[in-house]
Design a binder for this molecule. Structure first.
Ligand code: F6R
Length: 608
């Protein structure tokens, strides 16, 4: 994970590097550091914790070099303290690294056997020491990097500066993203286009195995065999990357409230409002009616969006769906009949496990379609088809608006599949599309329950454990509710299929544990109510999230009932996402937690 930035600049660059790191903090924020070169002399500042700690250090002891690299860390090897913070340095060089060097132990042992001493617990220091060792053997910096890169295993991106070399920076990409920026007498390196947006609108993405030699006036890109290559330059719209909190206290609050707008925007991209039909904004290289199976892989919240869509594809298009978390899928050697559809869901488009699954499926002859939010991401570039979500930049680490936009796109795909396979009539399609068109309005209506949810959050904040239950498409929502609550409030929470309760978890029920039941009035409503009765009979405290009809029919005493506006059952999961997000948000805020940057997490997970 981690974010990398580098600038071969004309003026002191430390400030610009910090600015870029702020835009990369979504990739990790355990520690941060900057190294610059001034008249050939390397110097660095590093600080544990958030970027502001580094800023304090830089204000006390500024760096004035005009060539520099910076890093914001999500710790993999070694504690997130200052010693382990990047850049790592020797007397010859400084290096920043994103990813994991899998064979670092054997490389380290070999170097230690040569008498080299290590100062940190990180895998990155091995890279610094290996290149330094090669330089001590008399190799110039470029050659030293060239002979080192093939010895490194794993998925990583690297950025190097060298003592005495004021016009040189080297970047390398092997599995983790790295972009090159072109400026006026300046060149840049960054983990993504977002980092570079304030400096330049012209970037090129390195491909796997590429490494690049950056100087003030030139960038020389080589492939893994060391051959010079050209990579296409893209124009980026820097304005589209700008994100601020507006009048909200947290990005997460802003992003929750933006949902009616961004779901509407996404919908407008996929639906013809006039004809009431789904019109996909891309060509598909296959026909839905020929599909025998759809395979879905994703991680975390994106996986849960995929899980909701399994119900939709199977019910509306009668096509079997297989779904896995990507970290399992990529290694389970699933046999795949060529010509199948493999769907990937990802906000960032960079998640290492999802990307590896995409590559696996491509090699197995699948048609790869990725539902992604970042159109310049690696997944977007490597998929046969991109199905974009138009959520806009999502800054809060806990995914909210990207999730509901993913649901929107996946439902449109399921409807298109149903039409092509003849399992949905034109009339049924119109009913579903009308229901979808109503979703943004229903989400706005759902936001009106915020005050009630805020008061309830005070009660939830006292709990040690919370259980979420749901059936059908509310089951993945129960999982999502639990995930959202635990990741930002650190309260232990579990999601279960309501019918699974009596197979074990019911043993946990007592009067101290809130049980949050998501139960819109749909085809399985009565079954869920029976499971609620079982909870009530054991003294459990129920919070019921339902709709107007559901609230009328339960006849059960609850700790709270949150009444959502009535929605067509197929679109209900999109509307019911709102209260579970708000409940997690207000609980965490009430507890004084860092909602936008919860501990131990990062927005983009580029390590497996
Ligand atoms: C939770 C959350 C994560 C991400 C997961 C996948 O709120 O945001 O679980 O959903 O890390 O990330 P993407 O969607 O970028 O592939």
């Amino acid at each position: 994970m981690c974010g990398i930035v580098g600038i071969v600049g004309k003026e002191p660059v430390a400030g610009q590097i910090v600015e870029a790191l702020r835009r990369l903090e979504y990739r990790g924020y355990d520690s941060a550091g900057v190294a610059t070169l001034e008249n050939g002399r390397l110097d660095r500042r590093r600080a544990e914790g958030k970027l502001r700690n580094l800023e304090v250090k830089l204000s006390q002891a500024p760096l004035s070099g005009i060539v520099g690299i910076g890093h914001t860390r999500w710790a993999t090897h070694g504690k997130p303290n200052e010693t382990n913070a990047h850049p790592h340095a020797t007397d010859r060089l400084a290096v920043v690294h994103n990813g994991i060097i899998e064979n670092f132990r054997e490389l380290k042992a070999a170097l230690e056997a040569k008498g080299i001493r290590f100062e940190t617990e990180t895998d990155t220091e091995v890279v610094a020491q290996l290149v330094t060792y090669e330089m001590r053997q008399g190799r110039p910096p470029i050659e030293a990097v060239a002979v080192t890169l093939p010895r490194l295993r794993g998925a990583f991106a690297l950025g190097f500066l060298f003592a005495g070399e004021d016009d040189l920076m080297i970047g390398a990409r092997h599995g983790a993203p790295l972009a090159i920026g072109y400026g006026d007498g300046e060149t840049y390196l960054g983990s993504d286009a977002l980092a570079l947006a304030p400096f330049t609108d012209e970037i090129a993405y390195l491909e796997d195995g590429d490494w690049a030699i950056l100087r003030h006036r030139s960038v020389d890109i080589r492939d893994e065999r060391g051959q010079p290559v050209q990579r296409p330059r893209h124009k980026i719209l820097s304005g589209s990357f700008l994100a601020d909190k507006g009048n909200y206290r947290h990005f997460m609050a802003k992003e929750i409230h933006e949902q009616p707008e961004v779901v509407g925007r996404t919908l407008a991209h996929y639906v013809n409002f006039a004809s009431g039909r789904v019109e996909l904004p891309f060509e598909l290289p296959f026909d839905f009616k020929d599909l025998k199976r759809v395979s879905i892989s994703a991680c975390g919240t994106a996986y849960l969006a995929g899980l909701v869509s399994k119900y939709w594809f199977e019910r509306l298009a009668r096509v079997p769906v297989e779904i896995d978390v990507a970290s399992e899928f990529r290694y389970r050697e699933a046999p795949m009949e060529p010509g199948g559809l493999a769907l990937f869901v990802s906000q960032s488009g960079e998640t290492a496990d999802t990307l590896a699954s995409l590559r696996y499926a491509g090699a197995e002859g699948q048609h790869t379609v990725s539902v992604v939010n970042v159109p310049t991401s690696t997944m977007a570039r490597e998929s046969a088809v991109i199905a974009p979500t138009l959520a806009g930049v999502e800054v809060g680490v806990a995914s909210t608006k990207a999730f509901t936009c993913q649901l929107t796109v996946l439902l449109c795909l399921a409807i298109a599949a149903g039409r092509a396979r003849g399992t949905l009539t034109a009339e049924e399609e119109k009913t579903l599309v009308d229901a979808l068109i109503g979703v943004p309005g229903l989400m706005s209506e759902a936001m009106k329950r915020e005050h009630q949810i805020e008061i309830l959050a005070r009660e939830i904040s006292k709990a040690k454990d919370v259980l979420y239950l749901g059936r059908g498409t509310s089951y993945p929502l129960a999982l999502e509710g639990a995930l959202k609550l635990k990741e930002i409030s650190y309260i232990h929470a579990e999601g279960y299929a309501a019918g699974e309760l009596k197979h074990g978890p019911i043993a946990l029920i007592d009067e101290t544990m809130p049980v949050i039941v998501i139960a819109p009035h749909d085809g399985v409503f009565e079954k869920t109510v029976s499971n609620m009765q079982e909870v009530a009979a054991r003294g459990g405290r129920i919070v019921l999230i339902t709709d107007e009809k559901g609230a009328l029919e339960t006849g059960l005493e609850t700790m709270a009932t949150i009444v959502m506006p009535s929605a067509h059952p197929v679109v209900a999961p999109i509307v019911h996402s709102v209260p579970i997000q708000l409940l997690a948000y207000h609980t965490a805020v009430f507890m004084g937690k860092d909602v936008d940057q919860p501990r131990n997490l990062a927005k983009s997970v580029t390590v497996e």
